[in-house]
Design a protein around this ligand. Structure first.
Ligand SMILES: [Zn+2]
Length: 375
């Protein structure tokens, strides 16, 4: 079986361009991972997601363990077969979503017990159970089970939580075992405190992981604080392993993260926004529900090659959103995912050519110009 590997091809400043090899195919980095929460990237067929340029999807342990259940998915051949996506899948550990979605959570050294937000049933997640669920799903990149306090949080609470996550990281590694072709990533915590980030990175390096995530960011601290942490946090993690920034983000967050040495990211934003009439374009966010588009025969973005821009007018996209037609979410999700992958491809090319600064300047200048004038 093809072993998990990471090869860096080029660097430009702190930005890196490389390839992650898995038994289910290669992932070009920097990579953006669309989120397939409950076994689907909402409003998209897997083949369409692939067409936008995605090499890997993210699946959510919390959602899948509650519905339809990890054992059921395993019995049906695993998540890849179940959702008809044969390329790599990364699964989160469930920790973050238990904290944000579940009812009546009880946190102990062992793990978390909680009630399902769907039917109130009682469940437990521990590092061991999280590893088991991710194995049952057939995940290619497994995340260590961690706990993440929402920011702002008191310093002592952040430190306590980070140290618990490091003990859980060790248990995750032991429970994961030796699984050739599959990878286990550790997650750095420590909020926005440099000393805690260093302590966390040291603990993770001592355990040893196939990749390292920067966790506990994009939870309300703001972009400036996030970039401030990334300025030092990336350097604390092994240079020869992929670095994954969880749950990020908006296009300018993504660009700023890659500039600081991040290789992988995921976010629900392109798909979620697509269902609420919001399009991300080279010229910033365009709100299709706005009446200014009602008579506009022009495409959303004349230079975009996605189906929404190639075959439909702004007037049509406005109409189907207002009419509540399903094609609205389908087209805008496709466009948004396509645009996010275009940003990634643009950055990979720029890093390879040593032209990241020029690419970044152009990215910001085009956005600053704003949307085209009303027709
Ligand atoms: Zn488009």
């Amino acid at each position: 079986m093809q072993r998990f590997a990471f090869n860096l091809h080029s660097r430009d400043g702190a930005a890196r361009c490389g390839t992650i090899t898995t038994s289910r195919g290669e992932i070009r980095t920097p990579a953006f991972m669309p989120v397939g929460t409950a076994g689907t990237v909402k409003a998209m067929l897997p083949g369409s997601v692939r067409e936008t340029g995605a090499d890997i999807l993210l699946g959510n342990t919390y959602h899948l363990m509650l519905r339809p259940g990890a054992e059921r998915i395993a019995g049906l051949g695993g998540l890849h077969r179940f959702m008809n996506w044969d390329r790599p899948i990364l699964t989160d550990s469930g920790g973050f979503q238990v904290m944000s979605l579940a009812d009546l959570r009880k946190l102990t050294e062992t793990g978390v017990t909680f009630r399902s937000h769907i039917d109130g049933s009682k469940h437990e997640l521990t590092p061991e159970r999280s590893m088991e669920i991710q194995r049952l799903l057939g995940s290619d990149i497994v995340m260590a089970f961690d706990e993440c306090p929402a920011l702002p949080a008191e310093g002592s609470r952040v430190a306590e939580s980070m140290r618990l996550s490091m003990r859980w990281a060790e248990r995750s590694k032991a429970a994961f075992g030796d699984r050739p072709g599959h990878a286990l990533f550790g997650i750095q915590q420590g909020g926005v405190t440099r000393e805690l980030r260093e302590e966390s990175a040291e603990a993770l390096r001592a355990i040893g992981f196939d990749g390292y995530a920067v966790g506990g960011l994009a939870v309300g601290e703001g972009q400036e604080a996030m970039f401030g942490v990334l300025d030092y946090a990336c350097d604390m993690l092994p240079d020869d392993r992929p670095r994954y920034l969880m749950g990020v983000g908006k296009p300018d967050d993504i660009v700023g993260a890659v500039k600081r040495g991040i290789d992988m990211m995921d976010c629900v934003l392109p798909s979620r926004s697509g269902r609420t009439g919001q399009a991300f374009t080279r010229r910033g966010v365009v709100n299709l529900k706005n009446a200014r588009h009602a008579d506009d025969p022009r495409p959303l973005d004349a230079e975009c090659t996605c189906p929404a821009c190639r075959s439909y007018s702004r007037a049509y996209l406005h109409h189907v959103f207002r009419a509540g037609e399903m094609i609205s979410g389908m087209l805008l999700t496709w466009h948004n995912l396509h645009y996010f992958q275009e940003i990634m491809a643009g950055m990979r090319k720029a890093i390879a050519e040593g032209a990241f600064a020029e690419w970044e300047a152009d990215f910001h200048a085009t956005r600053a110009a704003g949307d085209i004038e009303p027709a």
